[in-house]
Design a protein around this ligand. Structure first.
Ligand code: SF4
Ligand code: SF4
Length: 348
């Protein structure tokens, strides 16, 4: 009667209610994670200039895990949340990605999201079959600009753009979804409208994120003209959200917030970050500099044990002077700060 999605949704809603109580009524700093973000690998086949993972790409401090150890990690993550977001580096570089997706489904995770740069999607179409949501990066419709941003050869990007519709259909054939992620910087903001049009043409929903450098949106300090161009694009996106809600995955509140580079009450523990070796990362080194960089390993202990040991769940909320305006930080924070509008977005 209740399938994987319904059971997971019930758990996520309950988590939201408990977190709302902790955040709004008790005024606590830490909430429990809504989503497990698993950095499956720190390897990547691209070289984006503004990569938020730049410091760890290519490092060998957190070696990737074989299948049997990945199973232990997933079992422990499932106790924290049924939402699983697999990213990297570039997750398609890990040989175990597809078996891991199958296992995550068996264990009951939902939604299972893979965030990939899309370059190898044609080699691994099973991703579209086993991931509930596949998010691929498309920062420009122009092959040369996309290659410049990703630091790669044109032929590979051309394959992604021309196959977009086929990929979307393949995902839909399996009851799943394909999304485009467009990261906005001064390099591509001028051409972002073309990406939006491409998404509409291919009936593929779009997610917008600004480039974050030094924990603030890079465009905030760009020239006046560039900022105006960015805000004009965000106005267009907000309008599209109203007329064709399916085109844009971000909430309206997030889009308004990001358009104006507004600050927000960030609670970085809304997402639990796991390294390729199964260790759990300090939710934010800037906000919690006194906490170890790594809280412990999921291969050795349960997630709740290491979270409770590393973080003081009795601490009262403290703000943050930074502004990491990324969807993953902002949307959960806004859902706790504005519960009514979160309910309306969920219903719609
Ligand atoms: S594809 Fe992703 S992980 Fe790889 S360099 Fe670009 S932003 Fe970084
Ligand atoms: S806004 Fe950025 S620096 Fe501040 S707590 Fe959130 S993630 Fe950390």
């Amino acid at each position: 009667m209740f399938n994987r999605k319904h059971r997971a949704q019930a758990r996520i809603i309950w988590r939201w209610v408990v977190n709302l109580w902790r955040a709004l009524i008790l005024g606590k700093d830490h909430v429990l994670p809504f989503v497990n973000v698993f950095h499956l690998t720190h390897r990547c086949d691209a070289n984006c200039t503004w990569c938020s993972q730049r410091e760890v790409i290519g490092e060998e401090e957190h070696p990737e895990l074989p299948h049997e150890k990945l199973r232990i990690v997933l079992l422990r993550l499932f106790k924290i949340s049924p939402a699983l977001y697999i990213t990297g580096g570039e997750p398609t570089m890990h040989n175990e990605l597809v078996p891991l997706l199958k296992l995550a489904r068996e264990l009951g995770f939902w939604p299972i999201t893979v965030n990939a740069n899309g370059l190898q999607l044609y080699r691994f179409p099973e991703i579209l079959q086993y991931a509930d949501r596949t998010v691929v990066s498309l920062h420009s419709h122009d092959t040369h600009l996309q290659c410049k941003i990703l630091g790669i050869r044109p032929r590979i990007v051309f394959r992604l753009i021309t196959n977009l519709r086929a990929f979307r259909r393949l995902a839909e054939d399996h009851g799943n979804k394909l999304f485009i992620n467009c990261v906005l910087s001064s390099e591509n903001v001028h051409w972002a409208t073309a990406v939006l049009k491409l998404c509409i043409l291919n009936r593929t929903p779009l997610t917008i994120n600004p480039v974050i450098i030094d924990r603030k949106p890079a465009l905030e300090t760009a020239s006046v003209t560039m900022r105006q161009e960015y805000q004009a694009f965000l106005d267009l996106v907000i309008k599209q959200k109203k007329t064709h809600p399916w085109v844009i995955t971000n909430t309206r509140r997030y889009l308004m917030q990001t358009r104006n580079f507004g600050s927000f009450h960030c609670r970085p523990l809304c997402i639990m970050c796991v390294n390729p070796d199964g260790t759990v990362q300090n939710p934010c080194r800037a906000k919690y500099p006194y906490v170890d960089e790594v809280l412990g390993s999921l291969l050795k202990e349960e997630a709740l044990v290491l979270l409770n040991r590393g973080l003081n769940f009795k601490d009262s909320f403290t703000g943050c002077k930074h502004n990491c305006c990324k969807t993953c930080f902002v949307e959960p924070a806004l859902s706790l700060a504005h519960p009514f509008s979160a309910i309306m977005s969920f219903v719609h």
